[in-house]
Design a protein around this ligand. Structure first.
Ligand code: BTN
Length: 253
């Protein structure tokens, strides 16, 4: 599935670990981070047996998926610590741009860390910081299988794209986009924020967001400069830095 020689030539990758089967690429990247491995390191798995999603969610796998984790030091890209929270949405943007250029599709970013296509979940991103100056960007893309019975409807690339063996070209395009976007985020953060907003799935929709023990309902006004979700409820404007979107409806107005 992967052309390791081509991947190794990309400047954003210094070390690649390729596994036929692994519990979770994020868990392996965490072990490598704690062992002070060379950076950036890419951990790739043809199959994961215990993939993880946000919180206590599992990332299910019953068919082909592109699953990998990129371990890097944000400071090496001149990013400041206050920019770290924006890296989840920036990674989702990188994945959208990679899918656009490789497959000519128009995916969208569903705050805070999903990529949607045709109103369904195509990919998920899990960012973890195992220790200071180490960030893991874990990415899972449905290639020929997606969960159908879950409350969140899934979609796989094979349902919409005719191209075969897209995993390698998609991965190469993603890594190139990450390198470019991290550089741009350091120099021109507003331009990157405009790019998130252009592809925001929730903008203009009515949403219910669960945050802590509260449920908030309102109209999504887009994403803020820190990647936060902007919501207009009945009586206030809110800027949410974390939460889970539990319902989405097209706006009635
Ligand atoms: C989510 O949808 O909540 C995020 C899913 C992230 C899944 C990817 S697959 C590669 C990497 N390894 C993991 O265990 N999880 C991420």
């Amino acid at each position: 599935m992967f052309d390791l020689e081509k991947l190794q030539k990309l400047s954003i990758v210094n070390l690649i670990e390729h596994h036929v089967q692994l519990s979770s690429t994020n868990d392996r990247a965490k072990e490598l981070a704690l062992a002070d491995t060379t950076l950036p390191t890419l951990v790739l798995a043809e199959e994961q047996t215990a993939g993880r999603g946000r919180g206590s969610n599992r990332w299910q796998s019953q068919g082909k998926q592109l699953t990998f984790s990129l371990l890097l030091d944000p400071a090496a890209f001149d990013l400041t610590t206050d920019q770290i929270p924006t890296l989840s949405i920036t990674s989702a943007l990188a994945l959208c741009l990679a899918i656009e250029s490789t497959l000519r599709l128009e995916p969208q970013i569903k705050w805070p860390n999903d990529v949607y296509l045709n109103d369904k979940k195509l990919a998920g991103i899990l960012l973890e910081a195992p220790k200071p100056n180490r960030l893991i960007i874990g990415v899972g893309v449905n290639l020929d299988w997606s969960p159908k019975e879950s409350t969140i409807k899934g979609i796989a690339l094979s349902e919409v794209a005719t191209e075969e063996n897209v995993a390698n070209s998609l991965l190469v395009a993603f890594l190139e986009q990450v390198e470019q976007l991290l550089g741009k985020l350091a120099l021109k953060p507003k331009e990157v924020a405009a790019q998130w907003n252009d592809r925001s799935y929730l903008t203009g929709k009515r949403v219910t967001v669960e945050s802590g023990n509260k449920e908030l309902k309102g109209l999504c006004g887009g994403l803020g400069s820190q990647g936060e979700l902007l919501i207009k409820t009945e009586d206030e404007f809110l800027s949410m830095t974390s939460g889970t979107v539990i319902t989405v409806e097209a706006s009635r107005t």
